[in-house]
Write a protein that binds this ligand. Structure first.
Ligand SMILES: Cc1ncc(COP(=O)(O)OP(=O)(O)O)c(N)n1
Ligand SMILES: Cc1nc(C(=O)O)sc1CCOP(=O)(O)O
Ligand SMILES: [Mg+2]
Length: 202
């Protein structure tokens, strides 16, 4: 999971649609998209995922579904991201099979240690910096925490939380393989231009 991942937020994208922001961000250089929506009814979530997948798949850009393993399987998404309170990675892997990317958030050192034996493809370092976009997180890892995880873990690391043009270079330097952003793209006046700027730093 190298490169720049756009994690969607419908409210921050508005008045543009999520599909429109995804299209612009991919044109600018986003290399993966995680569909994340905590409020959308299941049918609408499925239809959004289908539309995004129809756009992304021919472009070779993986679609990751946040939380909803059922939706990921229904649309044939390339990946699923789960947190510590979601379905356990072993169960996700059993349901999804070997060919689907499974990402897992790590919020504590115990999570990082446990993940060594879990069937995941990357860890979401959750969060590197505190962010108003998601406030139900534990303490921020900071650059020192990220570097400590990098030195220990066998998994690729995707950094998330408070990442923008000013913070990404330090996070890459500390060992992140990939960079995941919400507001830096969803709330950008020009998501294509923003993605171009951020992708060049990843
Ligand atoms: C790349 C990445 N890392 C962490 C998260 C957070 O996932 P989770 O802990 O399940 O929290 P929610 O996103 O479901 O609120 C993520 N989505 N992506
Ligand atoms: C979706 C998400 N997960 C996080 C975690 O720490 O697990 S932080 C986050 C939101 C990141 O938003 P922004 O790029 O606007 O800071
Ligand atoms: Mg989750």
């Amino acid at each position: 999971m190298k490169g720049l991942c756009l994690v969607t937020d419908r409210a921050l994208c508005a008045p543009r649609t999520v599909e429109e922001v995804v299209r612009l961000a991919v044109q600018g250089g986003a290399t993966s998209v995680q569909l994340r929506d905590k409020d959308l009814p299941t049918r609408a979530f499925l239809e959004t995922a289908e539309r995004l997948h129809a756009f992304l798949r021919p472009r070779g850009v993986p679609l990751i579904i946040n939380d909803r393993v059922d939706i990921a399987l229904a649309v044939g998404a390339e990946g699923i991201h789960v947190g510590q309170d979601d379905l356990p990675p072993e169960v996700v892997r059993r349901l999804a099979g070997p060919g689907v990317l499974v990402g897992l958030s790590v919020e504590t050192w115990e999570d990082v240690v446990r993940a060594q034996d879990q069937p995941v493809d990357y860890l979401g370092v959750s969060p590197v910096y505190g962010t108003p976009t998601k406030t139900d997180t534990k303490g921020a890892w900071g650059l020192d925490g990220l570097a400590r995880i990098r030195a220990f873990s066998r998994h690729p690391l995707v950094a998330i939380g408070g990442l923008h043009a000013g913070t990404i270079p330090g996070v890459v330097q500390a060992g992140a393989d990939g960079i995941a952003v919400v507001s830096a793209l969803c709330a950008a006046p020009d998501p294509e231009r923003a993605a171009r700027e951020l992708a060049a730093l990843c």
